[in-house]
Design a protein around this ligand. Structure first.
Ligand SMILES: [Fe+2]
Ligand SMILES: [Fe+2]
Length: 179
């Protein structure tokens, strides 16, 4: 049984969650409704979390992190970059003789950037988010604070997914959408 104080805290969490969900919907309706973004539901990222859940999870955490720490940044670009940061569009667990995915960690940011650039007119911040999100595995550090936020959120989400402590907020987002 929750105390009134705990209930209030839960309600606040849920409200924040819904607000951030709406911000993501408003910032990127074209991405969220696209066929290729939908295709990322077929690809596993870590553990049992799909790429689609992972990137929406990273967008939610990036937004929450920027707001909690009162980091002034362009939230629309932050969201769009986070949603496209893993837009490599293949399953990196499947061995592929033509395009081996063994060095996925090093090369997928470039692939994601190429794919995203084909479909969207990316800003410099969005490009920086996608290209540098694997830093320090890739040598050049992020230039914009939006990219620093996404690379931090991505590492946290990836760790939680690998330890199977995350189901991804994508699953929760689906439920919210149905409400
Ligand atoms: Fe990635
Ligand atoms: Fe990622």
């Amino acid at each position: 049984m929750r105390t009134p104080r705990q209930s209030k805290r839960w309600q606040k969490k849920l409200d924040d969650y819904r607000n951030n969900y709406r911000k993501i919907q408003r910032a990127a309706p074209d991405i969220l409704k696209s066929d290729n973004f939908y295709r990322t539901k077929q690809h596993i990222q870590h553990g049992n979390v799909t790429v689609n859940d992972h990137v929406r999870d990273v967008a939610m955490y990036s937004l929450a992190l920027s707001e909690k720490l009162h980091i002034s940044c362009n939230r629309e670009e932050l969201i769009r970059g986070a949603l496209l940061h893993d837009y490599f569009l293949y399953d990196w667990h499947t061995p592929d003789k033509v395009k081996p995915h063994r060095l996925h960690g090093f090369f997928h940011p470039g692939r994601a950037l190429k794919n995203a650039s084909r479909e969207y007119k990316l800003t410099d911040r969005e490009k920086d988010i996608i290209r540098k999100h694997m830093w320090p595995l890739t040598p050049i550090p992020p230039k914009y604070r939006e990219a620093w936020i996404v690379t931090t959120a991505d590492k946290w989400c990836s760790l939680m997914e690998t330890l199977r402590l995350h189901r991804g907020h994508g699953a929760v987002l689906e439920q919210l959408r149905e409400d």
